[in-house]
Design a protein around this ligand. Structure first.
Ligand SMILES: *[C@@H]1O[C@H](CO)[C@@H](O)[C@H](O)[C@H]1NC(C)=O
Ligand SMILES: *[C@@H]1O[C@H](CO)[C@@H](O)[C@H](O)[C@H]1NC(C)=O
Ligand SMILES: *[C@@H]1O[C@H](CO)[C@@H](O)[C@H](O)[C@H]1NC(C)=O
Ligand SMILES: *[C@@H]1O[C@H](CO)[C@@H](O)[C@H](O)[C@H]1NC(C)=O
Ligand SMILES: *[C@@H]1O[C@H](CO)[C@@H](O)[C@H](O)[C@H]1NC(C)=O
Ligand SMILES: *[C@@H]1O[C@H](CO)[C@@H](O)[C@H](O)[C@H]1NC(C)=O
Ligand SMILES: *[C@@H]1O[C@H](CO)[C@@H](O)[C@H](O)[C@H]1NC(C)=O
Ligand SMILES: *[C@@H]1O[C@H](CO)[C@@H](O)[C@H](O)[C@H]1NC(C)=O
Ligand SMILES: *[C@@H]1O[C@H](CO)[C@@H](O)[C@H](O)[C@H]1NC(C)=O
Ligand SMILES: *[C@@H]1O[C@H](CO)[C@@H](O)[C@H](O)[C@H]1NC(C)=O
Ligand SMILES: *[C@@H]1O[C@H](CO)[C@@H](O)[C@H](O)[C@H]1NC(C)=O
Length: 664
């Protein structure tokens, strides 16, 4: 750890313990600090948004081959985390009363060999604020800190029993927000007035009740200055930098959206290192030089607390997140070179996973009152550059994988530029990639899908299908995924209107050399339980009532209306978690679980008839009014989408965005 990082850590620790020094003192910022604890640290050595050149540590950072398996940091984390999940897992499973199954003694009998026991992951899809809110409902239900979550009918404790949590695009805003705010519960964040104030359009900026309105001009001036600092430090910037900064004001509870917060600082957190909380990932896709269509063959990058990189047999390597931004060549710091820290700024990482929204920012900003012309002009300049330089991306320059080509297949081995785009652009809108890697041996993925695949913004399994299709190709490097059916089958069998399990039957997988049984996937689609949660991906603001009703809808999906739709649902969640473990230990499947699997596992049946537009009705009823959503904000969602399409045609990206599933 550099001295600067240690100083920042100590200052934050002092803040937490004395309660006297406020986090804002770190940057001498006049804006009021808020009361949520911070987990990530404002440890960028520049003290602001800019990366900074630093002396390399005595052991200079290097790019690590994926052939060496998991990183040492992750392995050390897992040793502690897997052990720490056992009691919460026993408690959670016991609460669901699986008849004839003693969860505590099952777990006790394998406690000395945790690899026999369930390894649980949660994945939250993209889909803008809709995905953030619906995903938040799932996490709230799974979190034993949420009031009522461990009562009968609840699934609280599932989060405490999980090893990994991954987010993509809008789901990445959720995961990033939670980890940048000390793993605060969704409930605590909702009660806080500093963040998730979605009634204030992201284009207009926050309304700080303490010192009065931070006006739109000041907000954008700040963003402009922050991005300018990065540019002045010699680093390329794109619209992603602006978008990531704007997001941060809504997601990171620190003055000015925490410009010095780094993603790698999450990896310095004592609670993460101690295994007290799950390990987070965001994901992004690589866009090859000169390429405009992001296909399923795009390299999938994971952005973790310790490393960023990929298991794909193209690049097949990982760089330490803390030192991204340094000049690497063939995996090492160029000779005589210095290191760079602070490139992995948290907002930039969240923006990288969600570059789909770059255009959203461009189209809207010119229509918002009081945005300083200097900001509009700066974005205009970037827009003009797009057709030439393809700057509608997140630029991770210098490219850490320059010259690194152990497989002979790297599309970025000879480029100075690493271009990353929204993780959903290859249609894999659920961040399954890090979780399906055999090295991680995940048993079950709770896959929360808030994609807008259909006309009315509901999911139809497109994201899962994309990952299944990719698993059939060489790019997946022998990583299997459960078969999933076509979109019509999803709709006709109701697989997108209730939870559905895929890959239940391990005997259905034929393993070739080097292959492993993939995780069971518990698909949790966004559906109208108690709210029409199918708000447009491109709504820039939501009233707090609407925010809360969509989060509650997600909670009702996760709990099946607190088990009112199926009294066995919490037990079925526990059965899904246990399934692979029961197989490994040769334990008889309890009859409650057999019933659950009959009810929720897709059994291979197809019904491919096209029955027209999918327009579901409320599942529980008492539906809260969210229908006014599309008229909120600076323009209606549909209007925004139309304008975005127009811009994309203009800049020649129409092919990329031609898939309806991408409006996700
Ligand atoms: C973060 O939360 C943990 C657990 O709730 C708490 O012990 C710790 O003091 C908090 N850390 C900071 C920096 O506020
Ligand atoms: C939640 O689970 C953790 C881990 O088992 C436990 O320490 C904590 O007491 C639980 N909290 C609540 C509110 O039940
Ligand atoms: C641990 O559990 C795994 C999976 O059930 C099994 O293959 C392995 O033999 C066990 N190891 C020991 C030491 O019992
Ligand atoms: C589980 O069993 C306990 C004790 O019999 C009971 O109090 C509780 O309501 C049951 N919970 C569920 C979810 O059925
Ligand atoms: C994954 O790709 C790498 C690089 O091509 C290769 O060495 C490795 O054997 C592959 N792994 C599997 C399981 O196929
Ligand atoms: C990285 O390389 C570029 C281009 O040669 C150079 O301008 C820059 O100063 C280098 N950065 C560091 C930290 O060495
Ligand atoms: C939400 O879905 C309902 C049907 O399920 C549809 O009538 C409504 O128009 C949709 N709203 C949006 C914003 O797509
Ligand atoms: C993806 O790569 C495979 C070879 O691994 C190739 O057959 C296929 O055409 C590629 N697909 C696209 C869309 O580039
Ligand atoms: C389920 O319980 C939560 C509180 O724990 C509540 O907000 C929600 O409305 C309940 N759902 C239903 C369908 O009653
Ligand atoms: C498979 O599922 C379909 C509906 O989802 C059901 O109609 C059929 O009976 C099931 N088949 C078997 C063999 O269970
Ligand atoms: C079983 O595997 C076959 C072949 O991959 C596949 O077509 C089928 O859909 C699978 N069945 C289930 C229930 O996953």
């Amino acid at each position: 750890m550099s001295p600067d990082r240690i100083t920042a850590a100590l200052l934050v620790a002092a803040t937490a313990h004395s309660g006297l020094v406020s986090a804002s003192t770190l940057h001498n910022n006049p804006r009021a600090s808020h009361d949520l604890d911070l987990r990530a640290l404002p440890d960028s050595p520049s003290g602001g948004y800019a990366p900074k050149v630093v002396t390399c540590p005595s052991t200079a950072p290097t790019v690590r081959s994926a052939a060496s398996g998991l990183s040492q940091n992750e392995t050390a984390f897992l040793n502690r985390r897997r052990a720490a999940t056992l009691q919460p897992m026993a408690d959670f499973i016991s609460r669901t009363n699986i008849s004839g199954f003693d969860a505590q003694s099952y777990i006790n009998s394998y406690a000395s060999n945790v690899s026999a026991l369930p390894n649980i992951a949660i994945a939250v899809s993209g889909g803008g604020y809709r995905a953030l809110m619906n995903g938040a409902g799932f996490l709230a239900a799974a979190d034993n800190r949420t009031a009522g979550s461990t009562d009968d009918g609840g699934i609280g404790g599932l989060l405490q029993a999980s090893t990994y949590v991954a987010g993509l695009s809008g789901g990445g805003w959720l995961v990033g927000s939670i980890y940048n705010n000390n793993f605060s519960s969704v409930e605590a964040i909702m009660a806080n007035t500093g963040i998730w104030q979605f009634q204030n359009s992201i284009f207009e900026g926050p309304d700080d009740g303490v010192i009065g309105v931070l006006d739109t001009a000041e907000y954008w001036d700040n963003v402009y200055d922050q991005v300018g600092e990065k540019s002045d430090a010699g680093f390329d910037t794109t619209i992603t930098d602006y978008w990531g900064r704007a997001l941060s004001y809504q997601l990171i509870n620190a003055p000015d959206g925490g410009p010095a917060y780094t993603w790698s600082s999450i990896g310095l957190d004592a609670d993460l290192i101690a295994g007290n909380i799950p390990m987070p990932f965001l994901v992004a896709d690589g866009r090859n030089p000169g390429e405009q269509i992001v296909s399923l063959n795009a390299t999938n990058y994971e952005l973790g607390p310790w490393e960023m990189g990929t298991w794909d047999p193209t690049v097949y390597g990982f760089v330490p997140m803390q030192y991204v931004g340094s000049n690497f060549s063939d995996g090492s710091i160029t000779s005589g070179g210095s290191c760079v820290e602070g490139f992995d700024q948290s907002g930039f990482v969240m923006g990288t996973s969600s570059t789909l929204f770059n255009q959203f920012l461009l189209t809207n900003l010119s229509t918002v009152a009081n945005v300083p012309s200097v900001v509009v002009n700066a974005l205009d300049d970037l827009l003009k550059a797009i057709s030439e330089n393809e700057e509608d991306i997140a630029l991770w320059v210098p490219n850490s994988f320059n010259g690194y080509n152990p497989t002979g297949n790297s599309p970025v081995a000879n480029t100075t530029q690493l271009s990353l785009v929204d993780g959903g652009e290859d249609l894999q809108n659920i961040p399954l990639n890090p979780l399906q890697q055999p090295e991680r041996a995940v048993d079950v993925i709770f896959a929360v899908d808030s994609s807008a695949d259909t006309t009315y913004n509901w999911p139809n399994g497109t994201a899962l299908r994309a990952t299944y299709d990719r698993s059939q190709s060489a790019i997946a490097n022998n990583t299997l995924f459960p078969p999933v059916p076509d979109a019509n089958t999803f709709i006709n069998l109701g697989l997108n209107a209730r939870p559905a399990f895929f890959g239940c039957d391990v005997s259905n997988f034929t393993l070739a050399a080097g292959q492993a049984i993939p995780p069971l996937v518990v698909y949790m689609p966004n559906a109208p339980y108690t709210a029409f949660s199918n708000v447009s991906t491109f709504d820039p603001s939501y009233s707090l009532d609407q925010r809360n009703s969509i989060i509650t809808n997600g909670l009702n999906a996760a709990t099946q209306g607190n088990a009112t739709l199926d009294a066995d649902w919490p037990a079925c969640v526990a059965c899904a978690a246990l399934s692979r473990s029961l197989t490994r230990t040769g334990t008889t499947v309890p009859s409650t679980c057999t019933t659950c699997f009959t009810r929720y596992c897709w059994n291979g049946t197809l019904d491919t008839t096209d029955n027209g537009a999918y327009e579901p009705e409320a599942i529980i009823g008492n539906v809260s009014a969210t229908s006014d959503s599309s008229s909120r904000g600076t323009m209606s969602g549909l209007e925004a989408e139309r304008q975005m399409m127009a811009v994309k045609v203009m800049v020649g990206f129409v092919a990329v965005f031609a898939f309806s599933g991408l409006m996700a």
